[in-house]
Design a protein around this ligand. Structure first.
Ligand SMILES: CC(C)(COP(=O)(O)OP(=O)(O)OC[C@H]1O[C@@H](n2cnc3c(N)ncnc32)[C@H](O)[C@@H]1OP(=O)(O)O)[C@@H](O)C(=O)NCCC(=O)NCCS
Length: 316
């Protein structure tokens, strides 16, 4: 590694005026890594930089080299779970210490009290990625696949949209209760609030009588993590228990109905292959694998990546 750049890297919080260049770097970094002929075409109309920054500017960092924006990183807290990404560096500055410098404050933020598990999603086939993250204590466990399905007819799914609920505080309490049953302290409250505040999509609630049986936090359409014509299930979970598979099926039907009704008929979701029941159900329902990654964990354990967890997320 050339140390000349490493000594000049300055990491600070990302600012509003960085967002355009940060977005270009992110697309260029992923597009170059994946070998696209026009790297900045990567993600087309999907957005990570603005949405993550606006969701929580305190969890977004920028690296500068000689006053030039060189890369960015983002972190997310879902209660007791913390994960980071995307982490991207302008390709002409790769392998010169910028990515490692960004990891410093990013990981520090995830050491906050109450965070019991940390992780990230990355490319399973990249020796560099695995080495970089392992060197800071994260270890690869199950594969996580990104699956999608084009919905052509209504699956008859029914749900309550959080945006239509009079007492959202009650619904958020119920959501916290459900996610806490999936993994102690797991809390999507901030994510749900960001989706509502920034108009990124909808949170779907599926009930068994009065009791919340499942929920999905969805991004819908362009300018979100979904992209045009797509509904992306950023997080979805069924309440654990013997009826979890049936609850999960109802949740998928709800997501598919909402996708059709929103004019975004392609449903995208991420699922750990360690969640065998959920993974198999998605495949049996006609979801096809679009890409494969791996989640890395600290500690080296599976928080809710086990056969009984009927959960969708990917930590990208
Ligand atoms: C991944 C990425 C952020 C890393 O940033 P970077 O500035 O190139 O990384 P750094 O130079 O700080 O660190 C890379 C480390 O990997 C090591 N490395 C590089 N190639 C390697 C290989 N083939 N095998 C093992 N280690 C390797 C380097 O030696 C360095 O370690 P060191 O600090 O101990 O010397 C950057 O390459 C990028 O933007 N990639 C495209 C987007 C992406 O994939 N983002 C991450 C998604 S999880």
């Amino acid at each position: 590694m050339s140390r000349d750049v490493e000594q000049k890297v300055r990491v600070r919080h990302l600012q509003q005026e960085d967002l355009g260049e940060a977005d270009r770097i992110l697309r260029s970094a992923f597009g170059t890594f994946l070998g696209l002929s026009r790297p900045t075409d990567y993600f087309v109309d999907r957005d990570y930089v603005r949405t993550r920054y606006q969701a929580d500017p305190r969890m977004a960092w920028a690296a500068e080299v000689d006053g030039r924006l060189a890369g960015t990183s983002f972190a997310t807290r879902w209660g007791s779970l913390g994960f980071f990404g995307p982490l991207t560096v302008d390709p002409d500055l790769w392998d010169r210490g910028v990515g490692r410098a960004l990891l410093g404050p990013t990981l520090e933020a995830l050491k906050a009290p109450g965070v019991t598990h940390r992780g990230l999603f990355t490319y399973a086939h990249s020796p560099k990625h695995l080495a970089l993250y392992q060197s800071v204590g994260f270890w690869p466990r199950f594969l996580t696949v990104i699956v999608e399905k084009s919905v052509t007819e209504s699956s008859g799914g029914s749900f309550t949209a959080l945006s239509s609920v009079a007492d959202a505080a009650d619904a958020l309490d119920a959501a916290r209760d459900l996610t806490g049953a999936v993994y102690r302290g797991l809390d999507l409250g901030h994510e749900i609030e960001a989706v509502r505040r920034l108009g990124l999509g909808e949170t779907l609630l599926v009930y068994d009588g009065d009791r919340l049986a499942a929920l999905a936090v969805c991004h819908v359409g362009p300018g979100t993590e979904a992209g045009g014509g797509r509904l992306y299930i950023k997080f979805g979970a069924a309440r654990p228990g013997t009826a979890a598979p049936q609850r999960f099926a109802r949740l998928l039907a709800a997501c598919e109905s909402h996708a059709l009704a929103s004019g975004c008929p392609t449903v995208v979701a991420g699922v750990s292959t360690g969640r065998r029941g959920a993974y198999r159900q998605l495949l049996e329902r006609g979801y096809q694998t679009q890409s494969v990654g791996v989640t890395l964990h600290a500690p080296d354990l599976d928080p809710y990546h086990h056969p009984d967890a009927y959960v969708m997320d990917d930590w990208r």
